[in-house]
Design a protein around this ligand. Structure first.
Ligand SMILES: Cc1ncc(COP(=O)(O)O)c(C=O)c1O
Length: 362
């Protein structure tokens, strides 16, 4: 009962602090604490007055209220605050899966979404992503648990709004639990807040966070949305893991969620500008033959010319230019690169320029 190495983490640990331009990360570049306090409308005095006792095990009431507002029809007692989305996923998989169950998921995928299930003895059914996510992909799939990550990591692909209701209809007919990992919901390119698939009465559960989208990954706050009974079980399990989330993180998280309209549009603008700069540079990045349609979030998926090893490519790119990208091999899919769009605008542009100047690289 031990998961394999978390492939992307090894590489992120090695390069995130030494690279010139970080396109390996899947989050927006990090803000300083003073900036975060300003965004969250939390003063130094208020922070200073916090007592560092344990927060409530299921998360502070106000924070759960605020999170529940993101999900139509969901109440605060259907929210469990967790240490990142990772913990919410870990809890959900343990409670939803037993040995021999089949889990269906888009492929490639964020490793925690299939590695933990595999560790628990589940069989993974891989549904290939073909440019866009499409409800029809799920029509003939038969599994015990369906995992839908949208906007999708690593491809950035999403469902169209028109197709979303069809997807839910298809999934409802299966009468099995569904886990929507909506980690990038705050960076939907077509609306203020991306769509959610959560419907607790249908056992359509959700995991989420805002930390990557808002440049505050160090806060380590996430959540699980499920019916009350399920949340109670998950809370009890969580007591053996992280137990509670720091009151400092909770305080800032609440402020950020409440005040997000003050700063999130600016973040989205910067991400979109990076993305369009990348699209405009694609013809000069001659080793890339295709690039995914990014509908939201902070990452995209680039196809390399046939025969290029993604790891060799990522290593050489880093060595020659200081530009750090993740090789597809870290997602167990050869011939691709994952590109992140959360780097600071100037660095992003300089990094892409350096990359184009030495293309073709091999
Ligand atoms: C799709 C997806 N789910 C979950 C996570 C884990 O999130 P957290 O850092 O909040 O634990 C990530 C992190 O990149 C992710 O991309």
């Amino acid at each position: 009962m031990e998961p394999r190495e978390f492939f992307i983490e090894e590489r992120l640990e090695s390069y995130r602090n030494s690279c010139f331009c970080n396109l390996g990360e899947s989050g927006f570049h990090a803000y300083r604490l003073e900036e975060i306090m300003d965004f969250a409308n939390v003063s130094g005095e208020e922070l200073g007055k916090l007592t560092l006792n344990d927060s409530p095990n299921r998360g502070g009431n106000e924070l759960r209220e605020e999170i529940s507002k993101l999900y139509p029809g969901v109440g605060a007692d259907e929210v469990l605050v967790t240490t990142g989305t990772s913990e919410a996923l870990y809890l959900a998989f343990h409670l939803l899966l037993k040995k021999g169950d089949r889990l269906a998921i888009y492929w490639p995928a964020f490793q925690a979404l299939y590695e933990i299930p595999e560790m628990l003895g589940a069989e993974i059914l891989r549904i290939p992503v073909d440019k866009k996510l499409n409800s029809k992909d799920w029509e003939n799939v038969d599994a015990d648990l369906y995992v839908l990550n949208q906007p999708h990591n690593p491809t950035g692909a999403g469902f169209s709004s028109g197709d979303w209701e069809d997807l839910k209809q298809i999934l409802r007919k299966k009468e099995k639990p569904v886990l929507f990992d909506e980690h990038y919901r705050f960076l939907d390119f077509d609306s203020d807040l991306g769509k959610t698939g959560v419907s607790t009465k249908d056992r359509f559960y959700g995991t989420g966070s805002f930390t990557k989208c808002m440049g505050v990954t160090g806060l380590r706050v996430g959540w699980l949305i499920a019916d009350k009974e399920f949340v109670n079980r998950a809370r009890s399990f969580k007591d053996y893991l992280t137990h509670t989330v720091s009151p400092i993180s909770e305080k800032l998280a609440l402020g950020l969620l409440k005040n997000r309209s003050r700063f999130l549009p600016e973040i989205k603008k910067e991400v979109k500008e990076n993305l369009s700069f990348f699209y405009d540079s694609l013809s000069r990045l001659t080793d890339i033959t295709e690039f995914s349609q990014v509908s939201g979030g902070l990452v995209g998926w680039a196809k390399l010319k046939r025969g290029i090893s993604s790891e060799e490519y990522a290593d050489l790119l880093m060595k020659k230019t200081g530009v750090f990208v993740l090789p597809g091999s870290n997602f167990e899919e050869e011939g691709f690169l994952r590109i992140g769009f959360g780097e600071k605008k100037e660095r992003f542009r300089e990094g892409i320029e350096r990359w184009t100047e030495c293309s073709p690289l091999l």
